[in-house]
Design a protein around this ligand. Structure first.
Ligand code: PMP
Length: 326
């Protein structure tokens, strides 16, 4: 970890190099490890792309110094981009569907960004369209577009992937991660397949999400409570590369809620729903490696816990399943 080794000049230097911690409720011989992304300064995995995308865009001249970043985002990306924008002398505007957590929107505003809400019924598609309209209206404004920008995947190929392999001396059998933009999974998977072409890769989505259609699996679209992963329209998920993925696991809201409570109670992990869904799926992969159903190059599974439950307390994340609101 970066944080305690030496004094740092800026929070941007504290992005990444997060701890990798074992999840114990898994087969003894197939350890499952989770990368705790809430250790980033903005408390989520999205600090990585906030920093990486804006630094590269400035370097390339795609973004002018003092310019404006406009992004449709469910929240964590807004926080990651707002931190980076603030430290790099840029303005930030975020377009957020109403249903997403108020905590995240307050944090974006505290970081100096402007937050604009779009109707929940218009989905992420509505937020994406509004962001582009705004960019047309302003000078020197760009939409990094995390759903389509290869820099999103590249951030994880350059940082998250190598960190996982370094921590495990290269012995990674399977990679399991939830997909929202799919940048996290694609970046790690691309790096993993270069280290060992048979690394088993599993995408995780909520029941009711349609990522499985990329691998021609039967899917039935429905609402879900899990926040930060899943898709209702695969046309928006331009980063998902089906040939980097062996399987797509759908996890129910119920199993996820049970797991996020168990992770806190038994293992001290204060993680949110997308992490719990990833945990359910990673343990399933570990059991299948253990039983010989999956042939992985090493006896280990890695996953990512994208953010902390503290960000969702207002939604009753630790109350009963029925009280946990979307
Ligand atoms: N979990 C949470 C809480 C998120 O905010 C996101 C980003 N939407 C993800 C998981 C998924 O990450 P990615 O966009 O890289 O697929």
């Amino acid at each position: 970890m970066t944080t305690h080794e030496r004094p740092l000049d800026s929070v941007l230097e504290a992005v990444g190099r997060t701890p990798l911690v074992r999840v114990h409720d898994a087969p003894e011989g197939i350890p499952v490890y989770a990368k705790l992304e809430s250790f980033n300064p903005g408390a989520s995995v999205k600090d990585r792309i906030g920093k990486y995308m804006l630094e590269r865009m400035l370097e390339r001249g795609d973004l002018a110094p003092g310019g404006t970043v406009i992004e449709p985002t469910a929240g964590n990306t807004g926080i990651g981009l707002a931190i980076a924008a603030g430290q790099l002398g840029l303005n930030a505007i975020f377009v957020v569907p109403e249903k997403f957590s108020v905590e995240k929107q307050q944090l974006m505003a505290a970081l100096g960004a402007k937050v604009i809400n779009t109707p929940t019924s218009d989905g992420m598609g509505g937020a994406i369209a509004r962001a582009h309209e705004l960019a047309e209206e302003l000078d020197d404004a760009v939409v990094p577009q995390q759903f389509a920008n290869p820099l999103n995947t590249e951030a994880h190929y350059e940082t998250t992937g190598p960190e996982l392999y370094e921590a495990l001396d290269g012995e990674v059998g399977a990679v399991v991660a939830g997909c929202g933009t799919a940048g996290t999974l694609m970046g790690i998977a691309r790096y993993a397949r270069e280290q060992h072409p048979d690394t088993y890769v599993v995408a995780v989505e909520p029941d009711g999400s349609l990522f499985g259609e990329f691998l021609e699996k039967d899917r039935h679209e429905d609402e879900y409570k899990i926040e930060g992963i899943g898709t209702h329209d695969t046309d928006t998920n331009e980063l998902f590369e089906a040939d980097l993925v062996d399987d797509v696991y759908a996890v129910s809201d119920e199993a996820t809620h049970e797991e996020l409570k168990r992770l806190a109670r038994e293992e001290g992990h204060l993680v949110a729903s997308s992490a719990a869904a990833a945990s359910v799926a990673a343990k399933r992969v570990a059991r299948r490696i253990d039983s010989g159903e999956i042939d992985a190059p090493y006896d280990s599974v890695v996953t990512v816990f994208p953010d902390s439950s503290e960000r969702y307390l207002s939604k009753g994340i630790y109350r009963s399943f029925e009280e946990w609101a979307n």
